[in-house]
Design a protein around this ligand. Structure first.
Ligand SMILES: [Zn+2]
Length: 189
């Protein structure tokens, strides 16, 4: 399978990286990005400062403006310590490998306690599983299927995902974002 690191936003869409007032990204997982329309709106509402621009501009008859590639909030927002519960973040927590056989092919999600037996769709009950293992386990409990996940599923911190993110470098990040993402330290083993 192809691993697409967030953001999956195409470069042509010109999203703006949103930094907190301390110049760290407002959120890492998912990475805080706004559409260029939202970024420009925030500039006019005086909620953000422009840190860096794209080469592209937008123009109307009366004005022309470079599209912001990085903006920073004027007011500090307390960041969340816990990443959002998303497909991507579950895969990242589980390092894009099946928790039953370690395969990286055809990854899906498995409810450790099946939904049919009251299992919830939560960090503590969902793991990455290849489609073969998922089919084999079906709607059985681990003890019935004799299949246990390699790691007990848990709610990760942003830091946990950073650690795993080292293994999966980003596919696309605008160059002007690099100074604010600390990927250099992240990419070093
Ligand atoms: Zn498997």
């Amino acid at each position: 399978m192809t691993v697409h690191f967030q953001p999956t936003v195409s470069p042509e869409a010109c999203p703006a990286l949103v930094l907190n007032a301390d110049f760290r990204p407002l959120s890492y997982y998912p990475l805080s990005l706004w559409s260029w329309q939202d970024a420009i709106k925030a500039v006019f509402l005086d909620r953000v400062n422009i840190v860096s621009n794209y080469d592209k501009t937008v123009r109307s008859p009366s004005f022309e403006m470079a599209l912001p590639s990085v903006v920073s909030l004027k007011n500090y927002v307390k960041p969340s310590r816990h990443p959002a519960f998303t497909r991507f973040n579950v895969f990242l927590r589980d390092r894009f490998s099946c928790q039953y056989c370690n395969s990286r092919q055809d990854l899906t999600f498995d409810h450790v306690i099946p939904r049919s037996k009251g299992g919830m769709t939560t960090w503590e009950n969902v793991v990455a599983a290849c489609s073969t293992c998922n089919l084999r386990k079906s709607d059985q409990l681990p003890s019935e299927a004799r299949m246990w996940p390699a790691h007990k599923p848990y709610q990760p911190t942003v830091n946990d995902l950073h650690q795993n993110g080292r293994l999966f470098p980003p596919n696309y990040l605008h160059e002007s974002w690099m100074d604010y993402l600390y990927w250099d330290s992240v990419l070093e083993p």
